[in-house]
Design a protein around this ligand. Structure first.
Ligand code: AMP
Ligand code: FES
Ligand code: ZN
Ligand code: ZN
Length: 314
């Protein structure tokens, strides 16, 4: 297989685009896809301050690398969740620090235990009805939003790519979770006071393309998935969708893009699009569906019981 641009041997064949590219042209093509997504979904304008949520994994570190290459003033945020298994959180933090040091890029770290007194596994043990992963998701959402808001960033960018979004779409469709379907989008506007705009600039790229990008760019990242079990269902859906893609190249992309189009044309979910009324949390001020404390602030109450999130989730 040869690069369609220069005839050199291709390092990747992207069947859904019928496109093979050499290393040099692939490293040009990926940022161009990201730039197209930023423009098409009106994610942010040049000069707007972008906060990139970086986990130390291939997707978010590559996203940060691409935004810097494109000339956006992107700063990183790493949340140390205190996951002790194989030093998962500390090793991830080292990868982020090393990446930032190599590029002289600005970043900050929030250490959940240092800031709030307990790690994610400790909170999950204390709160009956909460798993580490549901606690982790809630804590991450809250801190990412808070740091972006308080730091005066225009927008928060995450490393979700097409495979992540398609897996979520598939899961939400299987359950006809209309509320989640209504909110699943490449750009989530700041719909309520205290919430920042959230964007997913890797939305045009498959996960294998991001893995190839990190490899070809020489980005050192954490290979391990979260050591708790949340990944299991998502990984199962991803493998089903990959079987579909194998038989029909482009199926994942078209499932997602057709969904966005149908929704934009108003053929889908009219009832779910109606606005949920939100209230500011009496402690931290972030928007929440019920008056009183938000789900994050309730985590630190000592009653031991938690009946789930009421916060505005992605
Ligand atoms: P995940 O929820 O683990 O699939 O991660 C989705 C996205 O959330 C990543 O691409 C990152 O942008 C962000 N993210 C995940 N974990 C962290 C973390 N510990 N600190 C900062 N951002 C994170
Ligand atoms: Fe963070 Fe599982 S504990 S994703
Ligand atoms: Zn080439
Ligand atoms: Zn709160």
């Amino acid at each position: 297989m040869k690069c369609v641009k220069c005839g050199q041997p291709a390092v990747i064949n992207m069947r859904q685009h019928r496109l093979g590219l050499c290393a040099e042209h692939f490293l040009e093509w990926v940022p161009a896809q990201v730039e197209r997504a930023i423009e098409k979904y009106e994610m942010f304008a040049p000069g707007e301050r972008v906060l990139v949520a970086v986990s130390g994994g291939k997707d978010s570190l590559s996203l940060w690398d691409i935004l810097l290459r494109l000339g956006y003033p992107a700063e990183g945020l790493y949340i140390n969740l205190g996951i002790p298994h194989l030093e998962y959180s500390n090793v991830s933090q080292q990868k982020v620090e090393q990446f930032a040091a190599e590029r002289g890029a600005a970043f900050r770290v929030v250490n959940v235990q240092g800031e709030y007194g307990q790690t994610i596994p400790e909170i999950a043990r204390r709160k009956r009805g909460r798993t580490p992963c549901s606690t982790c998701g809630l804590v991450k959402r809250h801190i990412l939003n808070q740091v972006a808001r308080d730091g005066g960033y225009a927008v928060l960018a995450t490393g979700h790519q097409l495979d992540d979004e398609v897996a979520v779409l598939f899961q939400n469709t299987l359950h006809w979770a209309t509320g989640y379907l209504a909110r699943q989008a490449p750009t989530l506007p700041a719909s309520h006071p205290g919430l920042v705009r959230k964007v997913k600039p890797l939305i045009r790229l498959y996960e294998r393309e991001m893995a190839a990008y990190a490899l070809v760019r020489g980005i050192d990242y954490v290979y391990e998935e979260c050591p708790y079990s949340r990944g299991a269902t998502t990984l199962f859906y991803k493998s089903l969708l990959n079987q579909l893609e194998e038989a029909s190249p482009g199926a994942k992309q078209s499932f997602y893009l057709s969904f966005l189009q149908a929704r934009a044309e108003g053929h889908l979910l009219p009832e779910a699009a109606s606005e949920v009324e939100m209230h500011p949390c009496s402690r931290c001020g972030q928007s929440t569906t019920a008056p009183g404390l938000c789900a994050f602030c309730r985590l630190w109450e000592m009653d031991g019981i938690d009946h789930g999130d009421t916060e505005n989730t992605e």
